[in-house]
Design a binder for this molecule. Structure first.
Ligand SMILES: [Zn+2]
Length: 117
């Protein structure tokens, strides 16, 4: 499953960041994903809640996922468009000659936790 591989990777990154920042407990994990990943939010948080139990530092953490809208610019008329659902034609001139600006990102935006004194 797509979501499972991503969450596994996110947890790996979070643990690494936690170690780097000397966190003893991680409470929040903020993730930003682009629309074009077609990820199901509920599945991601469910998987996170399942997988985090393996790691004492993480087992109280909450995953917050932010969906970034899809953004593209039309190469024919220059119109910039932001869409919540994948659509690949320019609403102004109907051209399909577009350039994707964002929608593929998958970013571990921020983690919050308690630091070791
Ligand atoms: Zn256009």
């Amino acid at each position: 499953m797509h979501e499972a591989a991503i969450i596994e990777d996110v947890i790996r990154q979070v643990l690494h960041e936690g170690e780097k920042n000397r966190l003893v407990k991680i409470s929040m994990v903020f993730l930003t994903v682009g629309r074009l990943h077609h990820l199901v939010l509920e599945t991601m948080t469910e998987l996170f809640d399942l997988m985090k139990k393996e790691f004492p530092i993480l087992n109280q953490a909450t995953l917050k996922v932010d969906m970034d809208p899809l953004r593209f610019v039309c190469r024919s008329c220059g119109q910039e468009t932001e869409a919540d659902a994948p659509s690949f034609s320019c609403p102004a001139c109907r051209s399909v000659n577009i350039q994707i600006l964002s929608g593929y990102e998958l970013i571990l935006a921020r983690i919050e936790g308690e630091q070791n004194e």
